[in-house]
Design a protein around this ligand. Sequence first.
Ligand code: ADP
Ligand code: MN
Ligand code: MN
Ligand code: MN
Ligand code: MN
Length: 359
Amino acid sequence: MAESTTVSNTANLLKYMQLDQKGKVLAEYIWIDGSNGVRSKTKTLDKAVKSADELSEWNFDGSSCGQAPGDNSDVYLRPVAIFPDPFRGGENILVMCETWDHDGSPNKFNYRHEAARLMDAHAQHEPWFGLEQEYTLFGPDGWPYGWPKNGFPAPQGPYYCGVGTNKVYCRDVVEAHYKACLYAGIKISGINAEVMPSQWEFQVGPCEGIELGDHLWMARFLLKRVAEEFGIVITIDPKPIKGDWNGTGLHTNVSTKEMREDGGMKAIEAMMSKLEKRNTEHIEVYGEGNRDRMTGEHETANIDRFTWGVANRGASVRVPRQCAAAGKGYFEDRRPASNADPYQITGIMMETVSDPASL
Ligand code: ADP
Ligand code: MN
Ligand code: MN
Ligand code: MN
Ligand code: MN
C-alpha cells in the first residue's frame, strides 16, 4: 500500500470499535457540498430508527462547505434515506440528507429536490436507472496509484478487466468498497477494472426513480471513506490524465415501463428523437470538463452532435444488441462524465421522456 502518515491505524482502532455503545446509536449525516464532494458529521441518538422520517433535521456551517455566505451560514440537513453503517456496524446508520436554506428554499447544490419532483410528476412511466460509475485511484502523491513515479505504465490494452501483477492495481480498496456497499444495502450490481490502469468502475441499479441518486451518492461516500483507510485518493475527474489514456464516465442506462414492454423499441426510438433535440440541455448537466473527455476517441462521441446506434460504443447513446433483438428493454446514454450529479442526470431524463414539446 501507499506510504502515508495519514493512513488510519486500523489495528489499534479495532479495540475501540468493539466497545459497547451503552444503547446509543450513531447516525452519520451525509450531504453533498458546493464542490461536488461529500461531507458528513455524526449525531448520537438515544435509540435505533427504522426510517428517515424518525430522524430530526440538523444543520451545519454552509460557509465552510462553499454553499452559504459567512454572514448567513446555517444550512439545514433533512434526512431522506438511511443505510446500515458498514464502518461502525450494529444499529448505527448512514443518513443521506438534502440541504435546505434558512428561508425554506432548497440549497443551490440540492439537486435532489427538483429530481424528486420530476420523478413524482412522471411516476406513471416507472423509470429504472442503472449507472456505471467510473473513477480513478491516486496515491497520496497525486499520481495514479501504482504508476511509476513521474512516469507512465505500458500503454493501454491489458488493464481492462485485468488480472495479475502489473495488470491491475488497488484491488484491495475496490473489494473493500464492494463489501461495504453490500452491507449498507446499496443496489450495487457489479464491478470491473477499466481501460486505464488504476481506473475502475462499479454499477448501481436498476433502481426506480429517485432511489438511484441516493444509492449512487451513498456508494461515492463509501468509496471515499474506504479509500481513506488505505491512504488512497479517489478522483471522479472525467479526464484525469491527458493524452492517450481513457477518460472516466458515468454511463446511464434507462428504461421506462413502455420500453420494457413487448414492442418497447418504439418507445426507445421515440426517446432517441427527443434526446436528439435536447443534446445541449443534457450536456449542460452531464459534468464539468466533459469536453476534454468526449473527443470522439476512446469510445466516446462528439459532444456537440447526438448520435445513437445498436451496439455502437462510439455513439452518444447505445442500444444494447440484446434489446434490439428482443425489440424492447433499455438504452445506454454514454455522454455523462464521471463527475456528473446522478440527481441531475435522472431528473433531466424524466423531463425529456415526458416533454411533449420536444416530440
Ligand atoms: P456495459 O456493458 O455498458 O459496461 P454494465 O454491465 O456495466 O454495462 O452496466 C449495465 C447497467 O444497466 C447496470 O447498472 C444495470 O443495472 C443496468 N440495467 C440493466 N437493465 C436495465 C433496465 N431495464 N433499465 C435500466 N437499467 C438497466
Ligand atoms: Mn462548532
Ligand atoms: Mn460497464
Ligand atoms: Mn466502463
Ligand atoms: Mn457502459
